[in-house]
Ligand binder design. Structure first.
Ligand code: TNX
Length: 511
């Protein structure tokens, strides 16, 4: 039930003829309301909310948030409690014991809100309800978008009732930190930005031919050697386990789960250069790699006694650092008779570690995929039927829509074109219809970093396109409209500027 309903809405005090305009809210089902919804839901008058909520009913008048509020929270919602304090601090609002305006966060039993949904009602106070801490947290992200960016003397909010539930549980951003290394501070900023758009999975591509980025205590050379460089030959880098644990905790405060990927059995030149025995004995290229090719390295699948203890040891340390249920083992771009067997063995190791395997689409070659395995589809038309026939669910990352290493615009320098030669502009991203696929757990947009060598360039590839990804993943397909999206995004420019995001200046947003 996706509706966007504007009822005699007037945001400006002048237009409303006073601040206390009584609400003329009409039943959402009345034909008058529906008619006015058609008249008024023209893009220009929509609230600037991205992703678009499931249901928005605007009432007359505004709510004034003064310099002080009474805050009522639930002790069982630590993430939301931190988030509301951050929000009030950023606005310069004090939380006190007695004042007129109230913000109430309540955990409730309301099954239709699910695990991440919420209700946000701004009337004579601000009432936020959800079944979970995550739901309350998302209501606060919506509230933040309703507020101006930067401190004001007082804050005027539209009176509104929002009920909102996401379409997909997995709303992801993938960062390739292997081809080019990106530091923890950058990832923390990225987590905050993701959360503002209700993205909840940060998939870190932690190893590839050009670099191994996660400290593995049992194999220190993976990082001292394998992490020492990157594509193009720069200094590379790696994360200690302590840093990664800190990042995981930081992400949890933003309801973001980190999904680690250690790519195997291909894409392993950095590991082979660190521990030569992982390659087959006839392999002569044992050097670090700083080029851009793919598909040339592999763990030696005919030396199971060498590679499986390695896989076991690495994944054991991985699960000690990352609490996520899902562990991504890559599995892309390698052809070998024993490939399917590798996937099954890796899957078994992950199962014994009480976790669930994620693999790129090729991992559908596994014969014994555990029922809850997830596969990440990256070639739009890949024949994934052998997996979906077994009820294996998908994360959708079709490259011609969601590969953000491709250009924001046709011909953008330092972008790939192999999947779509015109790049994947914002409008193209937004046009992706996940309903073309079945068994969809979620949506994820990767940024591969062979050609992305700075934080500014990474920002440019991500934004504003990740906002479109967020809306695809959160909002029902039937409620989405590109023209309206661009209008809402236009109004959110101050957020992007204030957050210091080096976004692509998208002409279609008038930025
Ligand atoms: C394919 S997508 C790859 C990556 C490259 C990317 C460049 C996938 C699973 N593998 O190794 O970085 O293309 O667009």
């Amino acid at each position: 039930m996706y509706r966007y309903i504007l009822l005699m809405f007037c945001f400006s005090l002048v237009a409303c003829g006073g601040s206390s305009g009584t609400s003329k809210s009409t039943s959402a089902n009345s034909s008058a309301a529906l008619a006015s919804s058609q008249t008024f839901s023209s893009a220009a008058t929509q609230l600037a909310l991205v992703p678009l909520p499931a249901e928005v009913i605007e009432h007359n008048g505004v709510f004034d948030l003064g310099a002080e509020v009474v805050l009522s929270t639930d002790a069982n919602a630590p993430t939301a409690n931190q988030a509301v304090m951050r929000l009030l601090n950023s606005l310069g609002i004090n939380s006190v014991n007695s004042a007129a305006a109230k913000i109430r966060l309540s955990l409730v039993n309301q099954a239709d809100l699910g695990d991440e949904g919420y209700s946000l009602i701004i009337a004579d106070d601000i009432s936020i309800r959800a079944q979970t801490d995550a739901g309350l947290f998302y209501a606060l992200q919506t509230l933040q978008q309703l507020l101006p960016v930067g401190r004001q003397a007082s804050y005027k909010l539209p009176r509104v009732s929002i009920t909102d539930v996401p379409q997909y549980a997995w709303r992801g951003s993938m960062v390739d930190v292997a081809r080019h290394f990106f530091g923890i501070e950058y990832l923390k900023k990225h987590i905050e930005r993701m959360a503002a758009f209700k993205l909840n999975k940060l998939h870190l591509h932690l190893s590839d031919d050009q670099g191994w980025r996660m400290e593995i205590k049992k194999y220190p050379k993976l990082t001292s050697v394998g992490g020492s460089t990157q594509a193009g030959g720069g200094p590379g880098g790696f994360y200690t386990q302590e840093e990664l644990k800190d990042l995981v905790a930081y992400a949890a405060n933003y309801n973001v789960e980190i999904i680690p990927e250690l790519d195997m059995p291909g894409h392993v030149q950095a590991a082979i250069a660190s521990y030569n025995e992982l390659a087959c004995d006839n392999v002569s290229n044992l050097d670090l790699y700083i080029g851009l090719n793919v598909g040339f390295s592999a763990l030696c699948l005919t030396k199971p006694e060498v590679i499986y203890p390695f896989v076991q040891d690495v994944l054991t340390e991985v699960v000690n650092v990352f609490p996520s249920q899902y562990i991504h083992i890559g599995g892309d771009e390698i052809k070998h008779a024993l490939y399917g067997e590798f996937i099954d063995k890796a899957g078994q190791i992950i199962k014994e570690l009480n976790r669930t395997m994620v693999g790129w689409e090729e991992a559908s070659a596994g014969k014994n995929l555990a029922p809850n395995t997830l596969l990440q589809l990256w070639n739009d038309d890949y024949d994934i039927k052998s997996a979906t026939d077994r009820n294996i669910h998908l994360i959708l990352s079709p490259c011609s829509y969601l590969y953000l290493d491709h250009g924001n615009v046709n011909g953008q320098p330092e972008t790939y074109t192999w999947c779509r030669k015109q790049g994947v502009p914002l409008e193209r991203v937004y046009s992706f219809n996940p309903q073309k696929y079945s068994l969809v757990t979620g949506i994820e947009a990767p940024v591969w970093s062979e050609l992305v060598s700075s934080e500014a360039a990474m920002d440019n590839r991500m934004w504003p396109r990740l906002a479109a990804v967020a809306e695809i993943a959160w909002t029902n397909q039937s409620a989405r409209n590109y023209q309206e999206f661009t209008q809402r995004m236009k109004s959110l420019k101050p957020y992007f500027d204030n957050a210091g995001i080096h976004y692509y200046i998208e002409p279609q947003l008038g930025w």
